[in-house]
Ligand binder design. Structure first.
Ligand SMILES: NC(=O)c1ccc[n+]([C@@H]2O[C@H](COP(=O)([O-])OP(=O)(O)OC[C@H]3O[C@@H](n4cnc5c(N)ncnc54)[C@H](O)[C@@H]3O)[C@@H](O)[C@H]2O)c1
Ligand SMILES: O=C(O)[C@H](O)COP(=O)(O)O
Length: 480
């Protein structure tokens, strides 16, 4: 029996196909050049030259079996105007909210939409996604995707996109500011002055020149930070589960303990995974140098905060900067108290601790760039089924056929990765000319895209119905 989501998605897909093959007047692609760069792009056969890929839709028809006005999008967490404008420019119905939503309200709203745009706060769990009967695609307008059940989404044919590095520089700059601020106790001095107290001290205030920065997680952010820190005269060491090429004169160390024992400043730039939960806890604080500093702008679960509070009270750790927390308030103006995290007030009472409200990626530059990058990925997926940049589906694209003809269609078949599917799909497509076809898999899920010609309007329903009838099917889309 078809899942209700599939029926809803089929209905959307069928909506226009029986009345006309032409495109809605609003169906112009937002950007005529829509350039994007993907670090993984070079791995796409036949679609890329090197690692930079300029997608140009050109004058051909857009591949949409629907009026763009039928697409309902919910944007939460104050997604940047750049992204909103791109989506509105397509004619989609866009509902925009500044904050995240409590789960019951989220479930109510997600039932109705084809696309949801979120940032790091909104948790799209299996429970929430199970209610999202119409959902085609999720846009994470941020780097992290740990807030989404990626596996559940893939198994139900819901693509997920993010912006893998548009805010890396902003985070790296914030961390540089924090290193100096902690070394000079700037937060405390500023607070004292705000309270009317003059307290001029040099004891335990340091230059950062010649000090050792230990970076845990040497990815996009960690490696940017490495360059900036060296430029300021710091020695940089890093620990990563992968062996990674050092930038500048930084040096990789073999274990986390090696890093903790040598570093004056420890900064965390790992994703949230089961392995990184409480990565820094009592044992790790014991390995740190007395009087060293800890910075966490990765995810709140990476540091055991009660253990940090103890380490700071004992003087083992001389200062800390936290940008992320296990439980974060939903909206600006909400309180950060023990109701949310049992230790919140103890944390607030410590000296030389910088507490920021998850602002690592919150700059105008980063948010604008993320808005464009994710919104364009969503448009490519909604209108053309292109999955390049998806974090949970195989990355698949075909060059648009560059045709004006009305007898062409793009078939997208997301299916379970089991033997014999290609043969069955091609039997269904056999009466048409398959101009181009590509198929790729990721774990249990496979994504097939075929551009076919010699297709009449009445053939579309038959193709869809036949593909829908295959036991391997997750989602069928026919775009034309
Ligand atoms: N505070 C903010 O606003 C903000 C902004 C952007 C990103 N982030 C967080 O920062 C994280 C890192 O971002 P990035 O873009 O540098 O990610 P990235 O994927 O480019 O790099 C992460 C690195 O961590 C390494 N790693 C993974 N598990 C590890 C482990 N157990 N021990 C050591 N290294 C490990 C990976 O191999 C990788 O090199 C993101 O996942 C996100 O959660 C926070
Ligand atoms: O994952 C990210 O990019 C950061 O944590 C920033 O998240 P935000 O967009 O919710 O500020």
């Amino acid at each position: 029996m078809a899942h209700p989501r599939d029926i809803a998605r089929s209905a959307l897909s069928n909506a226009v196909s029986y009345s006309t093959l032409s495109v809605s007047p609003t169906a112009t692609f937002h950007s005529p050049t829509a350039n994007f760069h993907s670090p993984t792009a070079g791995s796409q056969p036949g679609s890329f030259a090197g690692s930079s890929f300029a997608y140009r839709p050109g004058p051909q028809r857009q591949l949409k079996p629907f009026n763009t006005e039928d697409i309902k999008i919910l944007l939460l967490e104050n997604v940047n105007e750049t992204g909103r404008n791109i989506l509105k420019g397509q004619g989609y119905q866009v509902e925009f909210l500044k904050s995240s939503l409590p789960e019951p309200e989220l479930i109510e709203k997600i039932r109705d939409v084809h696309v949801i745009g979120i940032r790091s706060k909104t948790k799209l769990t299996a429970k929430v996604l199970a209610e999202a009967k119409n959902l085609l695609v999720i846009g994470c307008f941020c780097i992290g995707t740990n807030q989404v059940d990626l596996e559940y989404a893939a198994k139900h044919g819901i693509a997920v996109f993010n912006s893998p590095f548009a805010n890396s520089r902003s985070v790296a700059e914030l961390v540089i500011a924090e290193i100096i601020s902690l070394a000079r106790q700037l937060g405390d001095r500023s607070l004292e002055m705000h309270r009317g107290t003059w307290n001029k001290v040099s004891a335990k205030c340091w230059e950062i020149r010649g000090k050792t920065l230990g970076i845990v997680g040497y990815g996009h952010i960690g490696s940017q930070l490495s360059v900036l820190a060296e430029a300021m005269g710091m020695n940089v060491i890093y620990y990563d589960i992968l062996t990674l090429m050092a930038i500048g004169t930084a040096q990789q160390v073999p274990t986390l303990e090696h890093l903790l024992e040598q570093a004056d400043f420890v900064t965390l730039h790992v994703p949230e995974t089961p392995e990184t939960k409480n990565l820094i806890s009592t044992k790790q604080f014991e390995h740190m140098k007395t009087g060293s500093y800890l910075i966490n702008a990765s995810r709140g679960t990476v540091v055991d905060i009660p253990a940090l509070i103890k380490a700071m009270r004992s003087g083992k750790v001389a200062g800390a900067a936290l940008d992320v927390y296990p439980n974060e308030p939903a909206a600006n103006g909400d309180y950060f108290t023990n109701d949310l995290n049992t230790w919140a007030e103890d944390l607030r009472g410590l000296n030389n601790i910088i507490l920021t409200p998850h602002i690592g990626g919150s700059t105008e530059e980063a948010q604008r760039a993320i808005g464009v990058e994710v919104a364009e990925a969503l448009v490519r997926y909604i209108n053309q089924g292109i999955t390049v940049g998806s974090v949970n589906l195989p990355e698949v694209t075909l060059r648009s056929p560059g045709i004006e003809d009305e007898d062409r269609a793009r078939v997208i078949y997301i299916h379970r990765n089991v033997p014999g599917v290609l043969r069955k799909v091609n039997e269904i497509l056999a009466e048409h000319n398959v101009d181009k076809q590509i198929s790729d898999s990721k774990g249990d899920i496979a994504y097939l895209m075929a551009d076919i010609s010699n297709v009449k309007t009445e053939d579309i329903k038959e193709i869809r119905d036949n593909l829908d009838a295959l036991s391997s099917r997750i989602i069928t889309r026919v775009l034309y």
